[in-house]
Structures are given as C-alpha cells and as structure tokens.
Design a protein around this ligand. Structure first.
Ligand code: C2E
Ligand code: MG
Ligand code: MG
Ligand code: MG
Length: 283
C-alpha cells in the first residue's frame, strides 16, 4: 500500500516537474523573442530623493516584463533566467539605453541614473566599453550613471568584474552596493569596499523601530560617512521611517512612501513639474 502511495506521489511530483520545466523553457524562448521585438518589455523609474532638500536627485531603472499569457513577471524571476541562458547582456543593454535616453529627455541636466547590473553581466567581456559607448551616444557625462552591484560582486576584488569596475570608475562612472547588509559579507569585508555608495537594504529599514534597529542603521551610516561613501535607504514605506532615516543622516531616500516606480511618461512628467517649481523659486 505504502509503495503504491509512494508511486503516486512520485507521479504527481513528476508531472509537476515536467510542468515547471515546460514553463521555464517557454519563458526562455519568450524572453529571447521579447528582447528581439522590445514589445513586452519596459523600463520603469523609481525616484530617489535627497534627504537634505526633498528633491528628486536620481532615478533607478527597473525592468518590467508583461508576458502575453503569464502577465507581469518579476525581474527577480526573469533576470536569473536571462543570466542562465545568455540573454543578460542584451537585457542589460536594453535597460541601459532606456535609462540613458530618458536622461537626455528630462530638463534637469544633473539628474542621476542608477541601473542594476548582475555579476554575469559585469564579467562579460567588453562590458565597460559598451557602457561608455552608450553614455557617449546620448552625450551624457559618465558621472551621471551609477551602477548597482551586489555585495558578492563588490567583495570579489580579483575577479573579472573587478577589472570592469575599475575601468568604469576611472572614466567617472559611480558604483553602489545594492541591498547592503543582506548578503553574507562580514563587516570587515564591507569596510574595504571600493565603491561610492551603499544602499541600505529594506530589511534594516523595516526593523528601524524595533529594538536595536536605530543604533544599527546609525552605525552603518556613520561607517559609510567615515569612508566617504554616500548612503541611500531603500524600501521606505512609512513617514516615520523616512523621518528616522533623515535624522540618522542618511543622504538619499527611496521607497513606496516617496514614490513607486513610474512609467517613462510619468517620469518625464514628474521631472518637468520639478523643473517648473525650481524656476518658480528662482524668480
Ligand atoms: P533592487 O535593485 O533592490 O530594487 C528594489 C526593488 O524593491 C524593486 O523591485 C522596487 O520596485 C522595490 N521597491 C522599491 N521601494 C519599495 C518599497 O517601499 N516597498 C517594497 N516592498 N518594495 C519596494 P523590482 O522592480 O521588482 O526589482 C527586483 C530586483 O530585480 C531589483 O532589486 C534588482 O535586483 C532586479 N532588477 C530589476 N531590474 C533589473 C535590471 O534591469 N537588471 C538587473 N540585472 N536586475 C534588475
Ligand atoms: Mg537596485
Ligand atoms: Mg536594492
Ligand atoms: Mg533587491
């Protein structure tokens, strides 16, 4: 009896695995096709605010994929797929071009732009050159671009990615460690990071009003300041969190409480409004 039940369980599991694999293969070929046509893909932009003056100082480019049958697919799902089946370079270049062309369309000539780059992308040969070529195509100073990398990429100082990071930083491109504190790096390793900014992970922001939350974030902010690094707090969802992070001396703020990621059209609209408010105060 037990054996039969076991077989049945296996049969169900087998069917399930087949279904998972079928869906996965479909996603791979659909993503390749979407990258060819560019139709189902879009880039949204989440504003990042200066804690000092409350203005939008930069945007983070976030990729979106609306699949015709599965609907919205999270980048947490399709970015790893793109990495595994050799599509990440194309995806990264698509996002970078959308980001650069947006910057060339907004009135604020100082607006910064962040793009996320995966390890596979940074390690691919010619990455630094592709980035600098794209910036030049849109007439942008390299200092306006910030590339967000993971802790593991940032702490691997001998790898292929390190060479690309060094070349790009020499050209003026900035680097940030994304999701700071979420990885496995030790505090000692993190102190040695050769980057321009750390983005304090939402996990810390969520815990700010729990015991020990404030002093922990304060220590991170102080450590960053001591090293000459800027800080951005991500995933701010309440006014209390925003006020606490501002009082701790965090430089930049990002999260749904300030703004969700916006479509390209809404982003341009927001930046035009900020521009006219600016003119108003000057007059
Ligand atoms: P990330 O770079 O840490 O981006 C922040 C994520 O948190 C985004 O999710 C954003 O929409 C979300 N978020 C922002 N504020 C809040 C908030 O207040 N509350 C909550 N609950 N969430 C918030 P998204 O767009 O789904 O992206 C997920 C991750 O996928 C990103 O994490 C990034 O690692 C990756 N990703 C997105 N676009 C790209 C891309 O073009 N290239 C690469 N390589 N990775 C990307
Ligand atoms: Mg990011
Ligand atoms: Mg993040
Ligand atoms: Mg994240």
């Amino acid at each position: 009896h037990a054996k039969a039940a076991g077989r049945n369980t296996f049969a169900v599991f087998g069917n399930h695995m087949e279904e998972v694999l079928r869906r996965r293969r479909a996603l791979e070929s659909d993503l390749a096709a979407a990258l060819e046509t560019g139709t189902q893909l879009a880039v949204h932009f989440q504003p990042v605010y200066s804690a000092q003056n409350g203005r939008v100082s930069s945007m983070e480019a976030l990729c979106r994929w609306t699949h015709p049958t599965f609907g919205e697919i999270s980048p947490d799902v399709f970015v790893p797929i793109a990495e595994e089946c050799g599509l990440i370079q194309k995806l990264g270049l698509y996002v970078l071009e959308e980001a650069c062309s947006l910057l060339s369309e907004v009135p604020d000539g100082d607006l910064g732009m962040s793009v996320n780059a995966s390890a596979v992308e940074l390690m691919s040969s010619g990455y630094a050159l592709r980035v600098l070529t794209m910036l030049a195509k849109y007439g942008l100073q390299p200092t306006r671009l910030e590339i967000e990398i993971t802790e593991s990429v940032a702490t691997d100082t001998n790898g292929k990615a390190a060479a690309a990071i060094r070349d790009l930083r020499m050209a003026g491109v900035r680097f940030a460690v994304d999701d700071f504190g979420k990885g496995n790096s030790s505090f000692g390793q993190l102190l040695k990071l050769d980057v321009d900014r750390i983005k304090i992970d939402k996990m810390f922001v969520d815990q700010i009003h729990q015991g020990g939350g404030m002093p922990l974030i304060e220590a991170i902010v102080q450590m960053a300041r001591h090293k000459g690094l800027k800080t951005t707090a991500e995933g701010i969802e309440t006014a209390d969190q925003r006020l606490a992070l501002t009082s701790l001396g965090c430089d930049h703020l990002q999260g749904f409480e300030l703004s969700k990621p916006l479509s390209r059209v809404s982003t341009i609209q927001l930046m035009s409004e900020q521009d006219s408010r600016m003119e108003h105060t000057v007059l």
